[in-house]
Ligand binder design. Structure first.
Ligand code: AMP
Length: 183
């Protein structure tokens, strides 16, 4: 089949990697921030990313895609459209206006909380979680536990990029994250 650059069905790793910019010491000294805005800016890379995040889950009967604040929103909504699913934002504490279910998790210093609306996921709903970067896995772990607390079944966890040195995959062995890029 001829390759169509504007409507890529699968992600070409070099294309995507070349559109992710390393920003040293952002937002804090010692963090190498993966800036995805050049990828979002490129129509081919954007389409390939959305297609690649959705691809393994096309026949998984996904009811809802949960996107993790904030860059998981950007990819999560188009992935939901691709899969014929609804979209659920998982937000930091205090951002959602209606009644919520929450899940606290540990940060390097202190704790954080991730929340979804209490009525967003119904019992037995099949859920795909989407984010941009899997780092330590703390956020992803909290999101999986939150979806299960809400009565959902986690059918997958799909990310653009996994930072393998931080071993986030080990915290998510029960969901076996799907990553388009591993660096
Ligand atoms: P973690 O909980 O450590 O897996 O971190 C995952 C969350 O933090 C994701 O929502 C990412 O968007 C963000 N994140 C962590 N590390 C980085 C990084 N080096 N560059 C960009 N985003 C990151």
């Amino acid at each position: 089949m001829a390759h169509d650059d504007t409507h890529a069905d699968t992600a070409a790793p070099d294309l995507l990697l070349g559109r992710i910019r390393d920003i040293p010491d952002f937002p804090r000294p010692g963090i190498l921030f993966k800036d995805i805005t050049p990828l979002l800016n490129d129509r081919t890379a954007l389409a390939a990313t959305v297609a690649g995040l959705a691809a393994p889950f096309r026949d998984a009967g996904v009811d809802h895609v949960v996107g993790l604040e904030a860059r998981g929103f950007i990819f999560g909504a188009p992935v939901a459209l691709e899969l014929g699913a609804g979209f659920v934002p998982a937000r930091k504490a205090g951002k959602l206006p209606a009644s919520v279910i929450d899940q606290p998790y540990d940060l390097e210093y202190g704790t954080a909380t991730v929340e979804i609306h209490a009525d967003a996921i119904t019992e037995g709903s099949r859920v795909l979680i989407v984010d941009d970067v899997l780092a330590t896995g703390g956020t992803g772990r909290a999101a999986v536990d939150l979806v299960r607390k809400a009565g959902g079944t986690v059918v997958g966890f799909s990310v653009l990029m996994e930072l393998t040195a931080l071993h986030g995959r080990e915290k998510l062995s029960d969901v076996e994250p799907h990553a388009l890029l591993s660096v």
